[in-house]
Design a protein around this ligand. Structure first.
Ligand SMILES: Cc1cc2nc3c(=O)[nH]c(=O)nc-3n(C[C@H](O)[C@H](O)[C@H](O)COP(=O)(O)O)c2cc1C
Length: 178
């Protein structure tokens, strides 16, 4: 089949990408969300990029933070995916009942995730879509391999805490009156 751009969604579904939880902190506020858009993005120097939705609390805190952490989920961690993917830090503290360690720059590390890294945020790329690319220079790594990743197919039924279409909310003050 060719011609219909929405067929790209079928290819992505077939790739079945692994899911991660991205965490960050700024000014004493912790944030984190479930992320399916992520990849290693340079070998030397090593870089890893994640794409954060402009609608998310995690993105807004990330704009003010120096560090980000990536925790790779195991196939038995659907509950964690549900907490970070369907709830929003605008309403609850997702970290309240979790074993959380302090990483570089105060970034919260989830102890239950045995494959993770934390690093310095090196660049943001906003190419005017609903997600922004955030590049990270890994500084500390914790690995317990091999492991079975939690994949998109196991979590596709989850309803995101913030939809990507919410990115213009709240509107600017002038726009409110229109
Ligand atoms: C399967 C799945 C994949 C997701 N992928 C991303 C992603 O790549 N980037 C992102 O910013 N949000 C992604 N989300 C949405 C956020 O995890 C979700 O809206 C979350 O509740 C936002 O929390 P926050 O407002 O506390 O940051 C995904 C959600 C689901 C269910």
């Amino acid at each position: 089949v060719s011609g219909d751009i929405s067929a790209l969604d079928d290819i992505i579904r077939s790739l079945d990408p692994p899911l991660i939880v991205v965490t960050t902190a700024a000014g004493g506020e912790r944030a984190g969300c479930l992320v399916g858009f992520h990849a290693q993005s340079s070998i030397d120097p090593r870089r890893y990029s994640v794409w954060l939705s402009k609608a998310n609390h995690t993105y807004r805190v990330g704009l003010r933070s120096t560090h980000l952490a990536v925790q790779f989920l195991r196939s038995d961690q659907l509950a964690l995916a549900e907490l970070f993917g369907t709830q929003t830090g605008d309403e609850i503290d997702k970290f309240a009942d979790l074993d959380v360690r302090d990483g570089p720059g105060g970034v919260p590390l989830l102890a239950c995730c045995r494959n993770r890294f934390a690093g310095r945020l090196t660049a943001l790329l906003d190419e005017r879509g609903d997600h922004v690319c955030v590049a990270v220079e890994p500084e500390t790594v914790f690995a317990d391999v091999p492991f079975q990743p939690l994949r998109l197919s196991a979590a596709a039924h989850l309803q995101p805490g913030h939809g990507n279409e919410e990115r213009n909310n709240p509107p600017t003050e002038r726009a409110v009156g229109r």
